[in-house]
Design a protein around this ligand. Structure first.
Ligand code: SF4
Ligand code: FES
Length: 246
């Protein structure tokens, strides 16, 4: 069987696997924000950057090959991940204590995993809109981290292309394909796969607040690295459980 070595332990893989896919199937945690087991490759967030035979590479877009030596949870790489997360936190408006997604948020959970307990950089406090035009779903762009998961889910699974990314640099933002640019005038439906994939609290169902109490949520019960070890689909599997929080 084909194998590579991840932080000193062998990981089996199948032809065509990325390092991420094989690692997750083996119950190993590689930090990530924009990877999802049901979606194709993207490489948007760079949280999954590992060293493959000494060279930096994104685990979610790098093909596994026999004999590779992959470094993942090293102090150097986790330090870079921490800085990326600290930048993401100040680039948007993230107020965890009042967010419905707290405890179920991959950004928050990954930041805890990397040891982040306080901001490092000065907040930008960007002026971003909240779109409440859809009858059953609200879109809060203050929390969007531009991971493109909704863009890819809408394209690859829903076949709708409701979402896209537009703008440049600090002005980069999520776009909705509709005559008005508002979600309520688009082809989006709350049963779409795109309605379930947001790793943060940017796409949330209306009229369902705190159905699962704070303290009982996915990442309240276990750190994100431990969640990954419990499911072949990684921490994302719990997100899609019918009775679990989105
Ligand atoms: Fe990612 Fe959510 Fe922003 Fe879509 S709305 S790009 S899923 S953070
Ligand atoms: Fe690999 Fe985002 S998970 S770049």
């Amino acid at each position: 069987m084909n194998r590579f070595v991840l932080d000193g332990l062998a990981v089996p893989f199948e032809d065509g696997d990325t390092l991420m896919a094989a690692a997750v199937r083996a119950g190993r945690y590689v930090p990530h924000l924009c990877w999802h087991p049901r979606l194709g490759q993207s490489g948007a967030c760079r949280l999954c950057t590992v060293r493959v035979d000494g060279r930096l590479a994104a685990a979610c877009t790098t093909r596994a090959a026999p004999g590779q030596v992959v470094e993942n949870r090293t102090a150097e790489l986790d330090g870079k991940r921490l800085m990326l997360l600290q930048m993401l936190f100040v680039e948007g408006n993230h107020f965890c204590p009042s967010c419905e997604k707290s405890g179920d948020c991959l950004l928050q959970a990954t930041a805890y995993e990397m040891g982040m307990t306080a901001p490092r950089f000065e907040e930008f406090y960007p002026n971003r809109p909240v779109d409440t035009s859809h009858p059953r779903t609200w879109l809060d762009l203050n929390r969007c981290i531009l991971c493109k998961l909704c863009v890819r889910a809408s394209h690859e699974v829903d076949g709708k292309d409701v979402f896209a990314i537009g703008g440049h640099g600090i002005g980069t933002h999520l776009l909705v394909d509709s005559p008005t640019g508002r979600l309520g005038d688009s082809a989006f439906d709350d049963t779409d796969f795109a309605a379930t994939v947001c790793p943060v609290g940017a796409i949330l169902p209306k009229r369902r607040g705190f159905a699962v109490p704070i303290g009982d949520r996915r990442f309240d019960r276990a750190p994100v690295s431990a969640m990954a070890a419990r499911s072949e689909a990684g921490p994302e599997a719990a997100q899609e459980a019918p009775d679990g929080p989105r």
